[in-house]
Every structure is written in C-alpha cells, then in structure tokens.
Design a binder for this molecule. Structure first.
Ligand code: ARG
Length: 594
C-alpha cells in the first residue's frame, strides 16, 4: 500500500502535469505549519526559477486544477508559493480502513536482506553495569525494526572474551591459588569440572587484577604473557578460560533477559581465533599489510580525509592479536557463515575511529564485499543529573541489576499509591512498567547524543515517558474491555464481533489522532532507513497526546449513535494495535492494568 504522502503526492503531481508542468514537482510533505494545514507542497517554489514566473502564480494554476478533488477538504495557494492542503474526511477514513485491513498496516516491507546487528559487547568476567545499557537497548530495538521489515536478522552479542582481561584473571588466580592443577605444566590429567571460583569471587578478582596491573609493570607483563599463552593454546589456561565462561555467561544471559534483550548468537572474540592466522597471511600476500616499527599494519587513509586516519594495526610487535584483529576476523567469520548484506554495530561512539579503521581495512583487503553495508551506530553517554557519567550515590560504577531493581521499586511504590492492588500483581506490573521507563527514557533520545538518566522523570506517568505511553495503552484497553462487556462480546458467540470499520470523525481531536495513525509507514521507513528508533518514540508520544485529548473531549461509551460509537471503537482498536506494535519494536510491552 502506498503511504499517505505517496498517495497525496500522486494526486498533486497530476495537478502539476495538468497545469503543464513537470509532475516531479508535486511532492507532498507533512506540513511544518500544522496551524495552517496538514500537508504541503513546495514544488512551485522550485519551478519558479526554471519558468521565470512568480511561484504563487504557478501554485495558483496547480491549485485551480486540483480544486474540487474529493481527497481534499482544502487546497490553497499561499504566498510566496506554497500549496497548503487539508485532506477530506472520506480520504482519511478510507486510508485508515485500508491500513486496518492490511498486513503491518500497509507498510511495504518485503525486504529480504541479511543483516547482522552487533550489540551488547560485554566483556566476560565483569558484571554488566549501566555502561552496557545503551548498547543493549538500542541494539535490540534496531534488530527488531530491521526484522519487522522482513529482513533475515541476526543479533550477535560479540563477547569480549579473548583479551587482556582473561590474562589478568589467570594471573591473579595464580597468585591466590598457585597449587591448582591449571598452573602445573607437568599435569596431564583432566581438569576438574568444578570452577575454582564463584561468580562473586570472579567479579572481585577482575577489578583487583586490573588495579594491580596499572600500578605494577611486572604484574602487567605477566598478565600479557598469560594472555598470549592462553591464545597460543596452553592447556591449563584454556581450561580456566572455559571456567570463566561457564560462570560468567549464564549471569550475562540472566541480565539481558531481565532487559528483554535476546541474542541469536553468543559468539565472541574467541570464536574467531583460528581464523586469524590465515587472514593475516592473506593480508600480507595481498600486499596490504606491511611491517612498521615491528607491528603489522594496513594503511587506511583516503585522499578525501579531513582528519588523520592512522593505519590499522593488525598484529602487535610481539605478534599478539588486537581488538581490530578480532573484529576483522569476525567479519570474515560472518561472511562465511551468514554472508550478510549489512552489519550494524551499536557501540559507544568513542569507538568510532576503531570502526572507521576496521571497515576500511575489511573493504580494502576483501574481507567483505565492496557492497556490504557496514554501519556504525555510535551512541552517547548515559549521564547522571550532574551531567557526568552515571554513578552510584557513592560514586562507584552502578551495576545494571541495581539500576533495574531501583526502578522496579520506584514503580512499585507509584503503582501501589495509585490504587490498592494485590502486591504480587503490582510487582509484576512494576517490572513491565520499569522496563518501559528505562528503555523509553533511553530510546527517546537520539542515540548519538549523551543524555541524562533522570529517575524521577523517567518513572513519571506524565510527560514524554514510558509509563505515560503504557498508561495510555492501558486506558485504551480498559475502554475496549468495557465496550466488550456491554456488547456481550466474550468470544462465545461468533456473531458478536468487535467493530472494525472506522467511521467519520466528529471532532478535530479525532482527526489529529487519525492523521497520526496515517503516518505510520512514513515513520517506520525513516526509523529503518536512518536507524533511528527515537523517531518511533516521538511518534507514539504524539499519538498518545492526541488520543488523550480525543478521549477527554469525547464520551465514547455513552454515545447513543451506535454507528458512531462503533467507528470510534474501531479507531481505538487500530490505535492500540499501532501503539503495541511500536512498543514491541522498542523492546517493551504493556500490562493489562496499572
Ligand atoms: N567489548 C567491547 C568493549 O567493551 C565492545 C564490543 C563492540 N563490538 C565489536 N564488534 N567490537 O568495548
């Protein structure tokens, strides 16, 4: 189905050609003066230069050709040369009814590309903290949006499981428990199935080792050496590595599950270790990689660069692999196993240079095809109210679990305050609403910008917040339930069905809501093409505002005119479906009551 903008553009383009002009000037857009009109066309302004004619004269000619068109309730030529348009009731209502009947509200979404979304990116052996929140939330939404369009999409967590942090843990453990068989080079038996540490021990070992390595050069050398030996395949270290994974990964999975974030692949940097050797050889043989100050590098600067892009380092002087190496080998692995048309990386924007280098190097060396789209969606920092990176009250790094628990608790209090419900039920509702508060609070900001995580604001039932969106959906559900009760629709009598034909509108509030709903495909297309989930947030916020205004101005359930009432109920059903679709794309859902 064509979008509302496309349909209106078709009509106006015909007006241009009927008036003797090129029809391509008939493009219609959403009005930027909603007080004056709903849609506008600026084509006459562009044409004026070509025809040496006043734009208003051209606009008037086109307007004359379109006068009386049943799709418009108003079309005007206004100085200096705009065409201001309002659509007719009939046009809008039949557009919405077509949306209502169509799969995915008429969105053209037969896209069948293969896309990998690389997001999450936690380093194992460290608990998830608030710094991991944005990658998870934004990445999950991007994945869902891509999938909604019909693409074959894989979400890959890309664990940081092969770097220095592993060597640090091994080194620290060797100091603490030197008697373990993992450190005995003579040992040839099988290793214990039981990990030599618990999760909380592991979470304490890492920061301890990391701090020591910053102060003690020799300690750091040992950790580097342990990392190298691990990568080289030293038996005892590989066994320890497996233990670290066994203990850490289930915890990561549990944390992501709490966020309603799901990955298809739980691969990591370690997964591609055996591809590195051949990849590096190919880069050398192809003449791309060369030695510079002992290290192996590939030049990736381009003539058009406005800032310096340093060479991409492939191997350190000691032969060790780097972050770039594993990312390049990962692209190779992805090509072999899935052959994606596009890979989208949702990572902290401070890593932009790394990805510029990796992308250029991958293309230059033929690791990916020239037409594989590689996108870096770099996100900004989540700050506290003081404008500095979000911290606990004591100034430490806040664990994600703690943040989620805090927001759940806040929501629980608010829900219990609002009405007396069973605490168990309120708790379940609070979980659902808390997730919306966190995710919407994040996603409603443009991903590339820093934002302030403001608990009071995010958990409020009013304003541009997740709870407000859910509150509106719950309100719609409750009206629909009451209607079903009064109409005796309970599923037992198949003849008794919900009305689904949207009727003509009775007030301006209703029309605003309808115009919002009609923009669905427009919004989805730009959220998908520009990878901008925040546009979906802005969209549903507008729908909710317009719905609530409509609701306050209209006595829906007590309306005497049955056909009018049914039309409204159908409109509510469509509103609810669209809102629920949108929040699902954002990665959260609505409760039944709240
Ligand atoms: N583990 C990395 C970090 O903590 C993020 C990984 C992002 N994804 C990637 N393919 N490099 O910084």
């Amino acid at each position: 189905m064509k979008t509302i903008i496309e349909q209106l553009s078709d009509i106006v383009s015909k007006g241009f050609s009927d008036a003797g002009y090129d029809s391509s000037y008939g493009k219609v857009g959403i009005s930027n003066r909603p007080d004056l009109c709903e849609f506008q066309c600026n084509g006459a302004m562009a044409l004026a230069k070509e025809y040496h004619k006043a734009p208003i004269a051209i606009a008037q000619e086109v307007c004359d050709k379109l006068a009386g068109n049943s799709s418009f309730s108003q079309i005007e030529a206004v100085p200096p040369g705009f065409l201001n348009i309002k659509v007719s009731d009939d046009f809008l209502v039949s557009f919405l009814n077509e949306m209502e009947r169509s799969d995915k509200f008429g969105l053209e979404c037969g896209s069948t590309r293969k896309i990998i979304v690389d997001y999450g990116g936690p380093n194992v052996a460290k608990p998830l903290h608030v710094g991991h929140l944005r990658a998870a939330i934004i990445g999950e939404s991007v994945k869902r949006i891509c999938r909604y369009f019909g693409n074959d999409v894989i979400g890959d967590v890309h664990l940081g499981d092969w770097g220095l942090q592993m060597g640090l843990i091994i080194t620290e453990l060797r100091y603490r428990k030197p008697y373990l068989e993992y450190f005995n080079d003579e040992y040839t038996g099988s290793y214990s199935a039981q990990p030599p540490f618990t999760l909380s021990e592991l979470e304490e070992i890492y920061p301890c080792a990391s701090a020591k390595s910053k102060e003690d050069e020799a300690y750091k050398e040992e950790a580097l050496e342990a990392t190298r030996q691990l990568q080289d395949g030293k038996r005892g270290y590989r066994a320890l590595w497996r233990h670290i994974m066994e203990v850490s990964v289930p915890d990561l999975k549990r944390n992501y599950k709490d966020l309603n974030v799901e990955f298809d692949w739980w691969k990591g940097e370690s997964s591609v270790d055996d591809l590195i050797g051949d990849m590096v050889d190919d880069m050398k043989d192809g003449g791309y990689a060369y030695e510079s100050e002992g290290a192996l590098v590939v030049d990736v600067a381009e003539d058009s660069d406005t800032k310096e892009i340093p060479p991409c380092m492939i191997l350190k002087s000691d032969g060790a692999a780097l972050y770039t190496t594993t990312d390049l080998a990962t692209l190779l692995d992805r090509k072999k196993s899935f052959d994606p048309d596009q890979v989208i990386y949702v990572v902290d924007k401070r890593q932009e240079m790394h990805f510029i280098q990796v992308f250029r190097c991958a293309k230059k060396c033929g690791i990916v095809d020239k037409d594989t789209k590689l996108d870096f969606l770099g996100f900004g920092t989540m700050n506290g109210k003081d404008g500095k990176p979000f911290k606990t009250r004591e100034g430490g790094v806040m664990r994600l679990e703690t943040l989620i628990a805090d927001i759940r608790e806040t929501m629980l209090h608010k829900i219990m305050e609002n009405h007396e419900t069973d605490e168990e039920e309120a708790r379940r509702t609070a979980e659902v609403v808390a997730l919306a508060a966190i995710k919407y609070g994040d996603l409603s900001n443009q991903a590339t910008k820093d934002y302030i995580f403001d608990t009071d604001k995010f958990t409020s039932f009013e304003g541009n917040t997740g709870p407000y969106i859910l509150y509106t959906i719950v309100r719609i559900k409750s009206i629909l339930n009451k209607y079903m009760e009064s109409a005796g629709i309970d599923g037992t009598d198949p003849a008794k069905k919900m009305p689904h034909v949207i009727g003509n509108f009775a007030n301006e509030y209703e029309k605003s809501l309808m115009l919002d709903l009609a923009r669905f495909a427009q919004v989805m297309n730009s959220a998908y093409e520009e990878i901008t989930p925040h546009k979906i947030c802005a969209y549903i916020y507008e729908i909710c505002n317009d719905f609530n205004r409509f609701y306050h101005e209209t006595r829906i359930l007590t309306e005497d005119d049955a056909s009018r009432k049914d039309g409204w109920i159908a409109l509510l059903l469509l509103t609810r479906r669209i809102l629920e679709t949108c929040i699902d794309l954002l990665g959260f859902s609505a409760p039944e009551k709240m």
